[in-house]
Design a protein around this ligand. Structure first.
Ligand code: GDP
Ligand code: MG
Length: 168
């Protein structure tokens, strides 16, 4: 009998300060740290879902966006079962840079069945990205898009539930 997979790997990428670490802290610990700490290399955050015999656990790889680490960064992508691309809704360049993040990941993962989620974070602030550009990019890379806020918690649990539910 084939053993059911219980451990899953999810990678989070996006420009510096878009809120990757804050999103994970909100989701996993329900806290929102105001201070920005830059991530060196990678932070691993594990979430367990105790659910009888079929308890799953997911490790989120919060990957640094510092260009200095470009060479080693691609090794962190290996084996990812879902991809989260994060941008800041107040900063259009963080959205347009997702193209580069996507290309880097696509060059290092086959992306045959791994779902891709695009998160427009800081939705508690004024949005500044044309809807059409968001729709076009989301459609082209066959992703799902959500607006969220790590600060208010808007959509955070809902989005992660969708991500976890893709792992069967
Ligand atoms: P990272 O570099 O992508 O990991 O970004 P951080 O999680 O360190 O967040 C960068 C800054 O943005 C910090 O000062 C956070 O407090 C702030 N921040 C993160 N998420 C939100 C949000 O949803 N709303 C607002 N207003 N600020 C946020
Ligand atoms: Mg960080």
């Amino acid at each position: 009998m084939k053993k059911k997979q219980v451990s899953f790997k999810v990678i989070l990428v996006g420009d510096k300060a878009v809120g990757k670490t804050s999103i994970l802290k909100k989701y996993v610990n329900d806290e929102f740290p105001e201070k920005h700490e830059s991530t060196w290399g990678v932070n691993l955050i594990r979430k367990e879902f105790p659910d009888g015999d079929k308890g799953k656990n997911v490790t989120f790889w919060d990957i640094t966006s510092n260009d200095l680490f470009q060479d080693q960064r691609i090794y962190y992508y290996e084996g990812a079962e879902a991809v989260i691309l994060v941008y800041d809704v107040t900063k259009p360049e963080t959205f347009s840079n997702l193209e580069r993040w996507y290309e880097e990941i696509a060059a290092n993962l086959k992306l045959e069945k791994e779902p891709i989620f695009i998160l427009g974070n800081k939705n508690d602030l004024d949005q500044n990205i044309p809807q059409k550009a968001i729709q076009e990019f989301t459609f082209r890379i066959e992703a799902k898009h959500f607006f969220i806020s790590a600060k208010t918690g808007e959509n955070v649990d809902k989005v992660f539930k969708k991500i976890i539910n893709t792992f069967e």
